[in-house]
Design a binder for this molecule. Sequence first.
Ligand code: IMP
Ligand code: MG
Length: 175
Amino acid sequence: MYDDKCKEVLISEEELKKRVAEMGAEITKDYEGKDLVIIGVLIGSFIFMADLVREIKLPMNIDFMVAKSYMGTNTTGEVRILKDVVYPVAGKDVLIVEDVVDSGFTLSKVKEHFKNRGATSVKICAAFDKPSRRVVDNLNVDYKGFVIPDKFIVGYGLDCDEEYRNIKDIRIFNP
Ligand code: IMP
Ligand code: MG
């Protein structure tokens, strides 16, 4: 089904499911009594987001935005917000859901964006974190699913040039 470039499985479907359930439980505990709005950064977060929100047992609003910093497998450092959220975030406890934190450019820009809009709190939840690639050094990832090595990964929503998002597990991309 998939080509030779992504044969190596890094994280299985079972491991993903188990970890996402743990993260959901942690977020449920932390956001009890808050005015939670979960904002997915499209496109890469869409599968993680769908799984995560169903593991959070609290009332919440859900919104999406589009931010883009990447061309192929190299970051450009320039982040553009291509689509903003639909509903105002002022007075809300915002939890940003991202697929993977790499250089950190995207999330620092997105975080600042919602702080400027008057959110009560802004936290970050990422399915994957590649700390060895970090360029922005003051970015705190509040919830992270898996810390991964400096490899380019695809599947579970993550792409390489818009391909491979529908792979069910996480694979290492070898061009
Ligand atoms: P950052 O701005 O460098 O932190 O990059 C974050 C964005 O780059 C993510 O939202 C992804 O879209 C993309 N990205 C970074 N690393 C990977 C990867 O290993 N696989 C797929 N996309 C990645
Ligand atoms: Mg991407």
